[in-house]
Write a protein that binds this ligand. Sequence first.
Ligand SMILES: Cc1cc2nc3c(=O)[nH]c(=O)nc-3n(C[C@H](O)[C@H](O)[C@H](O)COP(=O)(O)O)c2cc1C
Length: 185
Amino acid sequence: MFIILSVVILCINYLLYNTLYILIVYFSSIFCLLFLVYMKISIAFATLSGNTEKIAYELEKFLLNKSYDVDLLNLENTKVDELKKYDLVFLGCSTYGDGDLNLIMDIFLSEAEQICHLCESTKFAIFSLGDSIYPNFAIAGEIVEDKIINMGGEVIHPYIKIDGYPSSEVFEEIKKWTLEVLKFF
Ligand SMILES: Cc1cc2nc3c(=O)[nH]c(=O)nc-3n(C[C@H](O)[C@H](O)[C@H](O)COP(=O)(O)O)c2cc1C
C-alpha cells in the first residue's frame, strides 16, 4: 500500500513539475514575442551625399524582415523630442572636413544639447560613415557617441565604422553588427 501511494505521489509530482515547466516556457515565449512587437525602433540618419541614407534604408529592410516595428527618420526633418518615443535608435552619421560631423547631425545634436533631455530612456547604437583615405576615418561615430553619453543617453554597443560607398559587403557587415546590437534587448 505504502509503495503504491509513493508511486502515485511521485507520478503526480512528475506531472505537476512538467506542467509547471511547460507553463513557464509558454508564458516566457509570449512575453518575448510581445516585447518584440511593442519595442519601437527608429533609424535616424543625417546625410550629405546620400550614402548614410542608403545604409539606413538597408537596415530598415533588414529589421522589417525580422518583424520589428521600425521608423526611418531623416534628421533634417526631425524634432529632437521625436526620438524619445523609441526604445532603440540607430543613429547614422558621416564624417566631413577634418574629422568633423556632417552639418545636419551637428545642428541636430547642438539642438539636443540645448534642450538637454534627448534620451534618458532611449538606447542608442551608432553607425558612422567615412573613407579610410582620410586620417580621421569615420570619427563622426566617436563624436556622436560622446555627445549622446554626455546627454545621459545609453550607447548599448560600440559604433561601427563604414568605409566608402555602400556595397553588398558593407550591407552584410552592418547586418552582423545589428544582430550584435539586438542581443542587448
Ligand atoms: C569634403 C569631404 C570631406 C570628408 N572628410 C572625411 C573625413 O575627415 N574622414 C572620413 O572618414 N571621411 C571623410 N569623407 C568621406 C565621407 O564621410 C563619405 O563619403 C561618406 O560616405 C559620406 O556619407 P553621406 O553621403 O551620408 O554624407 C569626406 C568626404 C568629403 C566629400
